[in-house]
Design a protein around this ligand. Structure first.
Ligand code: GLC
Length: 418
């Protein structure tokens, strides 16, 4: 008997399941990653809601005293991964990286809670204060007048995207020395960030380590500080969901509402008229990146309507057979196979699709969902896909691709798993 895609998705998640957290995929990513885990929780909630809560609880077990939830938690030593605990040098227990990742957790917590409020109530009551502390950390340390910044491209979750090129070019790599990375032994180097990019990634890590990950110091003098439409829209959305959770729990929501108002007022500053799109803005130089990416279209997910963005969204969707590419195919920097410089990512499609649906763009949302489903039917649970021919790329058997199949792309997504 051949397995259905739903069954294969669950098997993929089980295959990466470590009991209390889930690997993005075995081999390439041997630890717990922040937003990967939140997506995993969303997937688990379609067939095992208790396991979904455990995933989120384990993620928050790595929360720092200052409220940050790190982008990687090194629960168990794994020799094959670079940069590991030693390079990050955070001195935390468990060891972690020194930066965060896009906060989708509050949004998915709310969705998982809504799917089964009776069993979720006590779990949400415990998670809420932790989510609030994390969002406060963002507000204190990643907020530039209401725009949300990243201190490392990895913090955005879109590692080598063209929106970081300008700011990365200013990162001094003279002190980096030699090192050997491991990612290119797992997948084709053509699909991974280049050596120059990697040197700069490591230089920013070294700067954080050198000051003991002192946020005040990094805010003032860190080598990289760029306002990101992705982070800004995702936190705005997460704040809306956190506020709804606060109201549900009878907690005071005034502080969160204040953040939302400030973010809403600030976001037009990320609109680059030359690009006709939301763009990354380098805080150190005041320059726009000039990059239209998939994150430029998270405005609906953030609850913000924009007819010009819709026109661009339609143009790009029509330009590729398998939307939505991570970079504008009309740009000379577009590369169909290189990671965040062109490929289509199912989990970003999910966020864009959720936003479109909620803001009444049902046709666009449904087209994006069915095109994502067709990619997975054709090419499996790949890390990402070539938007031109739908070929799978990066690692295979990826947790978040399986999870979003179950929670969003599958035709059976509204049915409870038997
Ligand atoms: C890469 C991706 C990042 C993801 C991680 C684990 O670094 O860019 O978004 O969280 O892999 O899948």
């Amino acid at each position: 008997m051949s397995l259905t895609i739903d069954q294969k998705a669950r098997a993929t998640m089980h295959g990466n399941d470590q009991g209390t957290y889930t690997l993005p995929t075995n081999g390439l990513y041997p630890y717990q990653w922040n937003w990967d885990s939140a997506f995993a929780a969303l997937g688990f909630a379609t067939f095992d809601v208790n396991r979904a809560w455990v995933e989120l609880e384990t993620l928050f077990s790595g929360q720092w005293d200052n409220g940050m939830v790190p982008h990687i938690i090194f629960h168990r030593e794994s020799a094959g991964y670079f940069p590991g605990p030693r390079e990050w040098g955070t001195k935390t227990v468990p060891p972690t990286s020194g930066i965060s990742q896009p906060p989708v957790a509050a949004t998915f917590t709310r969705a998982i809670y809504a799917s089964d409020p009776a069993s979720g109530r006590s779990r949400v009551e415990k998670l809420f204060p932790r989510l609030l502390r994390w969002h406060r950390w963002f507000w204190r340390h990643r907020n530039e007048d209401g725009l949300i910044v990243v201190n490392h491209p990895w913090e955005s979750g879109r590692d080598n995207a063209p929106e970081w090129d300008e700011a990365m070019a200013n990162v001094d790599t003279s002190g980096v020395g030699t090192y050997s990375r491991n990612d290119t032994s797992h997948v084709d180097p053509h699909m991974r960030p280049s050596k120059e990019d990697y040197d700069r990634f490591m230089a920013i890590v070294a700067a954080g380590r050198a000051c003991g990950w002192d946020e005040e110091e990094l805010t003032r003098n860190g080598p990289f500080r760029v306002a990101d439409p992705g982070m800004s829209f995702i936190l705005l959305r997460a704040n809306r969901d956190l506020m709804a959770l606060a109201e549900e729990l009878g907690e005071d929501s005034g502080e969160i509402e204040g953040w939302i108002r400030i973010q809403e007022a600030a976001l037009p500053r990320l609109w680059n008229p030359q690009l006709n799109g939301y763009d990354a803005l380098n805080i150190r130089t005041g320059n726009f990146a000039g990059s239209m990416s998939s994150a430029s279209f998270l405005n609906w997910y953030g609850g913000i309507e924009n007819p010009q963005a819709m026109a661009e969204f339609r143009r790009i969707t029509a330009a590729v057979p398998f939307a939505f590419p991570s970079h504008d195919p009309a740009s000379p920097r577009f590369e169909a196979f290189r990671y965040w410089r062109g490929p289509t990512w199912g989990m970003i499609n999910t966020l864009i699709g959720m936003g479109l649906e909620e803001m009444g763009h049902h046709g666009e949302a449904e087209a994006l969902r069915t095109s994502t489903a067709s990619l997975i039917e054709k090419s499996g649970f790949a890390e990402y896909f070539n938007p031109m021919d739908g070929q799978p790329a990066g690692g295979m058997d990826f947790t978040w691709t399986a999870a979003i199949w179950l929670a969003w792309a599958s035709p059976n997504r509204h049915r409870k798993a038997g």
